[in-house]
Design a protein around this ligand. Structure first.
Ligand SMILES: Cc1cc2nc3c(=O)[nH]c(=O)nc-3n(C[C@H](O)[C@H](O)[C@H](O)COP(=O)(O)OP(=O)(O)OC[C@H]3O[C@@H](n4cnc5c(N)ncnc54)[C@H](O)[C@@H]3O)c2cc1C
Length: 382
C-alpha cells in the first residue's frame, strides 16, 4: 500500500453538518485544515436519514450562510412553525450542494472523501498522528489539533480520551427513512393516518412492534413522502426487508399508498447518540431546562429535550417560552487529551442534554465554534 504523509494544523474527522462547519471556520481563521470523511459525500446523518427539516437553526454565522444558500436553491422554503418550534424545510440534495460549495470555497481546506480514520498515535496526552485508509493508500496525518466530528466518537475512542457512552438498552432509538413515490395525496392527514395505522398494526402483531414509533412527512415533489422509522436496538435488523414489509402493509391498509413504490431507503441505521467526550464541563438536562448561561458560552440552543425512549417513544421537555440555553466552550475540549476537541453529536453532554443539542441547527453552530477554538489552539503550538 502507498503511504502519504500530510502535515496540517487542524484535522476534522467526519463531514456531517458539524464537521463541515468546523473545517470551514478553522480554515477561515487562517489555519491549514484537513477534513476526512468515510463516505463519498458531506452531510452525514442528515443525508443518510433523509431529513426534511433543520431544527434549532440560529440565523447567525455559518448557520445564516447555510440558510441563505439553501434559500437560493429552494426559494419556496421559508422557516415555518412546527407546533411551537421553528424549523427550516430543505431537500437533502440541496444541503449536499451547499456543503460541497462551502468546502470548495476554502483555500486552506483539503477534503478527503472515501477515507476512514482507523488508528492513532498519542504521547503524553497529545495526539501526534492518525492513520486513515483510502483506496489502496494509507494517509499518515500529522495535525496539531484534532476535532472529532464523527458522530460516533472515533477519535475519542482511539485516543482513549475520557468518554461517555449510554448502555445500549438505555440509548435513544436509532432510525432510518424510506422515500416513497406515487402516493395519491387526497388530504394532509397522512402525517396522522400513517403513524396511527402502523401503531394499530404493531399492536395486532401484523408488523414488528418496533414500527409503532414511525412518523410520516410529505416530500416536496408530487406524490412523494417519507416514512421515518425510529427503532430500538435489535440484533440482525434488516432495513430493506423490513421497509418492504411495512410498505406492503401500507399499500393494503391505506388507499393513498396503493400505487406507491419505494424510491430510496437509508443505506444504514443512524444513531441519535454515540460515544461522547468527557470535556472540561458536561452539559446536563438541568442546564437546558433552566436556560443556563455560561461565562465561556459559544453557542445558543433552544430546541427542547426530544428524547426517543426505546419503550415509550418520543418524550419532549420544552424550555420556557422565549428562553434559550448556552453551551460553554468547555464541552468541546477534552479533559485529558490536550489537542482534542469534539463537536456535533460527540460533545461533552449527557444523554438527555444531547437529545436537545444534537439537532442540525445547533450542530452547525457547534461546528463553527469548535473550528474557531481549534484554530486558536493550533496557533499556540509551534
Ligand atoms: C433518526 C434521526 C432523525 C433525526 N431528525 C432530525 C431532524 O429532522 N432535524 C434535525 O435538525 N436533526 C435531526 N436529527 C439529528 C441530526 O441529524 C444529527 O444529530 C446531526 O446531523 C449530527 O451531525 P454531526 O455532524 O454531529 O454528525 P453526523 O451527521 O453523524 O456526521 C458524522 C460523519 O462522520 C463520518 N465518520 C464516522 N466515522 C468515521 C471515520 N472513522 N472516518 C471518517 N469519517 C467518519 C460519518 O460518515 C459522517 O459523515 C436526527 C437524528 C436521527 C438519528
Amino acid at each position: 500500500m502507498i503511504s502519504k504523509t500530510i502535515v496540517c494544523d487542524v484535522l476534522v474527522v467526519g463531514s456531517g453538518v458539524s464537521g463541515v462547519c468546523a473545517a470551514v471556520s478553522a480554515s477561515r481563521k487562517g489555519t491549514e485544515v484537513v477534513l476526512v470523511e468515510k463516505n463519498d459525500f458531506p452531510g452525514g446523518t442528515a443525508i443518510i436519514a433523509m431529513h426534511r427539516y433543520i431544527c434549532g437553526l440560529h440565523l447567525k454565522g455559518v448557520g445564516l450562510e447555510v440558510s441563505r444558500a439553501l434559500n437560493k436553491l429552494e426559494p419556496e422554503n421559508k422557516i415555518i412553525f412546527m407546533g411551537k418550534l421553528k424549523v427550516l424545510p430543505f431537500q437533502t440534495k440541496h444541503l449536499e450542494i451547499v456543503l460541497r460549495n462551502l468546502i470548495k470555497a476554502q483555500k486552506k481546506l483539503k477534503v478527503f472523501y472515501n477515507t476512514t480514520l482507523f488508528s492513532l498515535n498519542k504521547e503524553k496526552g497529545l495526539i501526534l498522528s492518525v492513520r486513515a485508509r483510502r483506496a489502496g493508500m494509507i494517509l499518515n496525518i500529522q495535525p496539531k489539533v484534532v476535532i472529532d466530528a464523527s458522530g460516533e466518537g472515533v477519535v475519542i475512542k482511539l485516543s482513549r480520551a475520557d468518554y461517555q457512552l449510554t448502555p445500549l438498552r438505555e440509548r435513544q432509538m436509532q432510525g432510518f427513512s424510506v422515500r416513497l413515490k406515487g402516493i395519491e395525496v387526497k388530504d394532509q392527514l397522512l402525517s396522522i393516518k400513517v403513524p396511527y395505522s402502523l401503531r394499530k398494526a404493531a399492536k395486532s402483531k401484523e408488523i414488528l412492534k418496533c414500527f409503532r414509533f414511525t412518523t410520516f412527512v410529505f416530500g416536496s415533489a408530487k406524490g412523494e413522502g417519507f416514512c421515518k422509522f425510529n427503532i430500538p436496538y435489535i440484533r440482525g435488523f434488516s432495513i430493506n426487508k423490513n421497509a418492504a414489509i411495512v410498505h406492503n402493509y401500507l399499500r393494503k391498509a391505506l388507499p393513498e399508498f396503493k400505487n406507491s413504490y419505494i424510491a430510496e431507503t437509508s443505506p444504514c441505521l443512524v444513531e441519535r447518540e454515540g460515544m461522547r467526550l468527557v470535556g472540561e464541563y458536561i452539559l446536563t438536562r438541568k442546564d437546558i431546562l433552566a436556560s443556563r448561561k455560561f461565562y465561556d458560552a459559544v453557542v445558543r440552543g433552544d430546541w427542547p429535550i426530544e428524547f426517543w425512549h426505546q419503550k415509550n417513544g418520543q418524550q419532549v421537555e420544552y424550555l420556557k417560552p422565549g428562553r434559550f440555553y448556552e453551551i460553554p466552550l468547555r464541552v468541546l475540549h477534552s479533559k485529558n487529551i490536550k489537542n482534542l476537541f469534539a463537536t456535533g453529536r460527540c460533545i461533552s453532554a449527557t444523554s438527555e442534554a444531547i437529545a436537545s443539542s444534537r439537532v442540525m441547527g445547533t450542530c452547525i453552530a457547534l461546528g463553527e465554534a469548535a473550528g474557531t477554538a481549534a484554530s486558536k489552539y493550533a496557533r499556540t503550538i509551534s
